[in-house]
Design a binder for this molecule. Sequence first.
Ligand code: UT7
Length: 324
Amino acid sequence: MMRRSIITGTGSYLPERVVTNDELAERVDTSDEWIVSRSGIRQRHVAAEGEVTSDLGTKAALKAMEAAGVTADDIDMIILATATPDLTFPASATTIQKNLGMTHGYAFDIQAVCTGFIYALATADNFIKAGQADRVLVIGAETFSRILDWKDRTTCVLFGDGAGAIVLEADEQPGTNQDRGMLTSHLHADGRHRDLLYVDGGPSSTQTTGFLKMEGREVFKHAVTNLANVVGEALEATGLSADDIDWLIPHQANKRIIDGTGRKLKMDPTKVVVTVDRHGNTSAASVPLALDEAVRDGRIKKGDLLLLEAMGGGFTWGSALVRF
Ligand code: UT7
């Protein structure tokens, strides 16, 4: 038998306000046609004034806990993946802990930008496997609208706000690749590419928050290569093949990148979960948002094999194979 980390509940939250491409075309020199053809994005959600990352994360976490049938008393650890915390410190995970009425356990943020949820999931899985946690809230929550230069058409049309969460619980499984739970995870980083995707401010450098800067075309090329590699690693590590995957749940940055990864795996496009058209790129929230959508609409069923992957600033990238 082997201790595995099982997903027992998923949840998500999107701010009420929807911003369409046509609305953006009134502010910057762009068009719905350009945004849809280059990225697949049609709209994105934007947080209300005063609505912060921990608010989004708390709402997603409550839904995941409800789905799992647990209360805050049952949670022993909270990991929040975010690049847009409420404050420089404390970790927004501790604010979520407070919002949930928890005073026990421990909580911290993970910063791996768009790969944040995969990093957080891998971290939670290892805490569970080590026996240091039994039930973990893993959350991805972002308010990228706050770090966008709304005059820069090359970036402001691409991102959105949102949050997704899961409850991850320890469970004894036989120890084969047919087990339920996390089967493998693979993380990577290469800090040499910082200048291709970064935010030009921070507490230790400018004492400001800064704005997102991206060389989109260059990031695109790296994303296609890195994602193909890290997806291959997950299959190799488990002895499973692309045919075994029931659902690909990719980071939602660009429909063309998602289609490229799906094609490499020879996946039936109906087995790829896509939300980028309605959410835009919500960074660390995108994978758990897509996961929750496909769980709630009944596509993902117990026992299905899920391949999660993401790539983002750092560069960071990673994958996880999970049997739901
Ligand atoms: O989540 C983290 C990882 N991030 C990503 O994975 C994003 C990766 N990159 C991308 O998704 C794509 O590169 C973009 C969607 C950002 C851009 O698509 P592209 O096909 O690579 O376009 P491009 O950057 O090559 O730009 C083509 C043209 C340029 O004009 P010139 O230089 O060809 O005259 C841009 O100035 O489109 C212009 N352009 C725009 N035009 C209208 C750039 N942004 C816009 C815009 N509206 N919003």
